[in-house]
Design a protein around this ligand. Structure first.
Ligand code: SF4
Ligand code: SF4
Length: 234
């Protein structure tokens, strides 16, 4: 199996970004090490559907809320393992590779700040940052966890280009967010307030509930058929 076939087999969604195209900007933000290798493989791993589908019930059922919280972290561990396997496979082919886990870091790299895995997925052309600030794909919406593998394996022929937002005039996550942390603006830096989201979660904690929400992940019509119908009726 070729490297890219292994990536395809292990990931639910994947893409390749050619970092040399955006090198100046990336180095400015993250430091030289982010472009140590020319390509980034963005690896998307699906969170468990049956748990995501129960998110609307988590506000009145702490067991479901805890289950979602556990899946959030378990999916992080799973995608890190996938990234490690891909690194091993690339090294077997005689190339270099290093994985960035969900936190966007690796102790072997000297980064100015943790890398955003959302950025590699966006640069690879497999998703966009929605108004909810989640990396959103056409196929599974934001119901994915991400890791990145940086490599010098020759993957240039698979490299995509940055994807434009497909949110358009959808405001479903804006209306559904219980923390009023999302407003209807196209730029996620302006539409999503981490402060308000954090305040909502801390309020839940203060009231004795698991620190879980995820409504914006559940409700997005990309990945949620019921929401898609609502959007299509608009
Ligand atoms: S996690 Fe909840 S509170 Fe935070 S932005 Fe998403 S829907 Fe809103
Ligand atoms: S719910 Fe609509 S506005 Fe929000 S991220 Fe998804 S497509 Fe974009």
């Amino acid at each position: 199996m070729s490297i890219i076939e292994v990536v395809e087999e292990l990931s639910d969604v994947y893409g390749v970004a050619d970092f040399s195209v955006d090198e100046e900007k990336l180095v400015q933000m993250y430091g030289e090490d982010i472009c140590k290798y020319p390509y980034a493989i963005a690896i998307g791993h699906k969170m468990l559907e049956e748990i995501i589908e129960k998110i609307p019930l988590t506000y009145s059922n702490d067991d479901y809320a805890q289950e979602y919280l556990d899946e959030y972290y378990n999916s992080h561990a799973r995608v890190s393992e996938i990234a490690k396997k891909i690194v091993e496979r690339i090294e077997q082919e005689g190339y270099h590779a290093i994985e960035l886990d969900v936190s966007g870091d690796n102790p072997k790299l000297n980064l100015k700040m943790p890398f955003s895995n959302k950025a590699s997925a966006n640069l690879a052309g497999i998703g966009w940052l929605g108004k909810n600030n989640l990396l959103t794909t056409k196929e599974f919406g934001p119901r994915l966890t991400w890791a990145t593998v940086l490599t010098d394996a020759p993957l240039g022929e698979y490299a995509g280009r940055p994807m434009e937002s497909l949110c358009g005039d959808c405001d479903i996550c804006v209306k559904a967010c219980p923390g009023k942390a999302i407003v209807d603006l196209p730029n996620p830096k302006e539409s999503y307030s981490p402060k308000k989201c954090g305040e909502f979660l801390m309020g839940r904690k203060k009231d004795g509930h698991p620190v879980a929400c995820g409504m914006c992940l559940y409700i997005c019509p990309f990945g949620n058929e019921k929401s898609k119908e609502i959007l299509q009726r608009k």
